[in-house]
Design a protein. Structure first.
Length: 256
């Protein structure tokens, strides 16, 4: 469960990611437009100039709607940044949906569809965005290894389960979860001070009261430390997933 005071990608990193995505979209659309002019038999003809104007307008529409669709597909959500294939799937899906939607719109309004233009832009755009996201992810993970863009996190459960969870989180810096404390079962709390160098802050029964006075959380009111982005629910659900043959197997299936 993440604590208060997120120093995370919820602000700085997504802005940089958006800027990079937009730059790639502009370069791809502009580059394909220039290539389409270069391939024309007579670039100075009236028909080619009219087609070029049409392509510029179409390029502006694609640029704006593509960027909006990437945002609408939630490719900047904290839960998917830094780990897993979900980010890449959403980027590819949004890009394919963008060009499919534009093609459908042009067909409905009976405007000639520049098939070559779309195919080249789609292929280059998908590759460029995925490569950029891979490079951005590597930079994010390196920053998280240095303690930046992370969320203070508390682990709850039996001592053995807590130890395995902490080990797994240490091995997966891409999650961006910095373990600050642990809450173990009440019968283990009195005789356990630390679990893998992480301080034990209290027992499960006193969880809310203990959190209310620890690690910069000002009070016990839920609104003061609630996880608005459900990152804790997402990560906890992955870590504690049961070994039942459905979906993923958690590293601590008995954690509570």
């Amino acid at each position: 469960m993440p604590g208060l005071g997120v120093n995370g990608p919820g602000t700085v990193f997504p802005r940089r990611l958006r800027a990079g995505d937009l730059a790639i979209i502009v370069v791809v659309i502009g580059g394909v437009h220039i290539l389409s002019l270069a391939w024309s038999a007579d670039p100075q003809s009236a028909a080619v100039r009219a087609s070029a104007l049409h392509s510029i307008v179409l390029g502006c529409v694609i640029t704006g709607s593509w960027a909006l669709l990437l945002a609408g597909a939630k490719t900047y959500r904290e839960q998917i940044l830094g780990h897993g294939a979900g980010e890449y799937r959403r980027v590819v899906g949004a890009t394919v949906a963008e060009f499919a939607g534009i093609c459908l719109l042009l067909h409905l309004i009976e405007v000639p569809i520049p098939g070559g233009y779309f195919l080249v832009a789609l292929c280059i755009g998908v590759v460029a965005l995925v490569v950029w996201r891979c490079l951005a992810r590597r930079r994010l993970v390196r920053a998280r290894l240095r303690g930046r863009f992370t969320q203070p996190t508390f682990v709850v459960g039996p001592t053995g389960s807590v130890a395995r969870t902490i080990t797994d989180l240490e091995r997966r810096p891409g999650l961006g979860l910095r373990v600050c404390g642990a809450f173990v079962s009440d019968d283990e709390c009195a005789r356990t001070e630390r679990v893998r160098r992480v301080p034990v802050l209290g027992g499960v029964k006193g969880l809310r009261e203990t959190i209310g006075a620890s690690n910069g959380i000002a009070d016990q009111d839920y609104s003061a430390w609630k996880d608005d982005h459900y990152h804790g629910t997402h990560v906890a659900g992955t870590i504690a997933a049961a070994h039942n043959g459905i979906g993923v197997d958690g590293v601590a299936p008995e954690a509570t």
